[in-house]
Design a protein around this ligand. Structure first.
Ligand code: PLZ
Length: 446
């Protein structure tokens, strides 16, 4: 039997055992004996299939997916176009290495990214495997272009787990602890965090950050400013309007490369194709990954041709970068986003989730903030009526949801943010079901 012969995944939450069930428990035991302890798991439930808005585990439980494998399966975990395209490519060839004998899928993905990313200037793209690798290459390209060393990142930032991107990531635990020394010439500036900075307006928050950059780094030493337009792991922090445009304008004025890390926010996730689109911000370089390829590992740096072309020939690459299967998947994922109007669907999902979560907030003072855009929405949980973070409540809500078969993730510098990243293939019914479970859990949590 081939995959497409399988019946579609039933779009309904269904528990046939306790979670984790017996098969998951047995697999977890094997995991502990075989897999490095440093590789953690959010739910001790092993997946067998996934599609639409459901993950089916090895015991036959159907879980509502409000995580998309951390914002990756935006088009779904078995989107028909992606499955078909990968199947076709895998029978043709799996790999030649684009740096050895190139193939057209890579070029087509580059053309698509040049077309779709913000700005109508001349662009070039290079493909890699992971988000961290894309961010790291964006810095290499910015350094080659400017001849400068310094990189500015922000409080609460997350950019990856490689050495350079660990330096760029703000949070120590679990990402950096014990793994130093870190790459030099990375400087951190204050971000705009309306819930926690007294609601500073975007221009004032930008002036504060730029003043600090000017004093502590100096534009003449600065190769790049790298920022997530909505911070992901740091807590789904959406800067006040005007913050990103002011940073971008300052970079332009000082010849600093403005890099948008849209690894988590890109590809329709936020109800725009890219989060930068909302305020018309045009980054010099944009790093993308996750939602780009329907679950296959692919990442990219896209940007102004004159910046992208700065590194010497042979200076950029990697054995697997732009793997043919991943490129086929990316083209199919992009086609799915366009053909199925998934940008609009992300907005609908955002409206539904924000409405429900805001009504919850109105009734429960532990819901300190509700924020986000499109299918990237979060609640920040606090001790009732204060702004003191409540990571314990957050963890107990996530655990309660998991036990009821709802996959939710947490994030945030203070560990007190519950985040929702459903695939755009999820139904309204499943969204409501997942949020009902959460609401009940909050009602019974003390
Ligand atoms: N930039 C904005 O969100 C990945 C990390 C999960 P990779 N975020 C999920 C974990 O605990 O490792 C991310 C991101 C932003 C870069 C990255 C890094 O992307 O594909 O995980 O390397």
């Amino acid at each position: 039997m081939t995959l497409t012969d399988l019946p579609p995944v039933t779009q309904r939450r269904l528990l046939v055992s306790d979670l984790p069930g017996p098969r998951s428990r047995a697999l977890m035991e094997r995991k502990v004996g075989a897999v490095a302890a440093g590789v953690g798991t959010t739910l001790p439930v092993f997946a067998a299939r996934a599609g639409g808005g459901i993950v089916v585990d090895v015991d036959g439980n159907h879980l509502v997916d409000l995580g998309s494998g951390i914002a990756v399966t935006t088009v779904g975990a078995s989107a028909p176009r992606v499955v078909e395209a990968v199947r076709e490519q895998v029978t043709a060839f799996t790999h030649t290495c684009f740096m050895v004998t190139p193939y057209d899928g890579y070029v087509a993905v580059a053309e698509a990214l040049n077309r779709l990313t913000p700005g109508d200037h001349e662009k070039r793209t290079a493909l890699f495997n992971s988000g961290a690798e894309a961010v790291e290459n964006a810095v290499k390209i910015a350094r080659a272009h400017t001849g400068r060393d310094a990189v500015v990142v922000f409080d609460h930032a997350y950019h990856g787990r490689t050495n350079l991107t660990m330096a760029m990531t703000a949070k120590n635990m679990p990402y950096k602890h014990g793994f130093g020394p870190f790459a030099p010439e990375v400087y951190r500036a204050p971000v705009s965090y309306p819930f926690r900075d007294g609601g500073l307006d975007g221009a004032t928050a930008a002036a504060r950050a730029l003043g600090q950059i000017d004093k502590q780094v100096g534009a003449a030493n600065l190769a790049a400013v790298v920022i997530e337009p909505i911070q992901g792991e740091g807590g789904f922090i959406e800067p006040a309007p005007g913050f990103l445009p002011a940073l971008a304008a300052w970079c332009r004025e000082h010849g600093v490369v403005f890099v948008a890390d849209e690894v988590q926010t890109g590809f329709a996730r936020t109800g725009d194709l890219f989060a930068c689109d909302r305020e018309g911000v045009v980054p010099d370089l944009i790093a993308t990954a996750k939602g780009i390829a329907g679950g296959l590992p692919l990442s990219a740096v896209t940007g102004r041709a004159e910046i992208m072309d700065a590194p010497h020939v042979g200076g950029l690459g990697g054995t697997y970068g732009g793997n043919p299967l991943a490129c086929a998947a990316a083209l199919a994922a992009i086609e799915t986003i366009e053909a199925e109007g998934l940008v609009g669907r992300a907005r609908e999902i955002g409206t539904l989730m924000l409405e429900r979560l805001r009504s919850l907030q109105a009734r429960d003072p532990r819901v300190g903030d509700v924020r986000g855009r499109g299918a990237m929405v979060a609640v920040e949980l606090v001790e009732a009526g204060s702004d003191v973070p409540d990571p314990h409540l957050t963890k107990s809500l996530a655990t309660a949801a998991h036990q009821q078969g709802v996959i939710v993730l947490t994030c945030g510098t203070y560990g007190n943010v519950l985040r929702f990243l459903p695939p755009l293939s999820i139904s309204d019914e499943l969204l409501h079901d997942g949020l009902d479970v959460l609401e009940t859990a909050l009602g019974s949590a003390s």
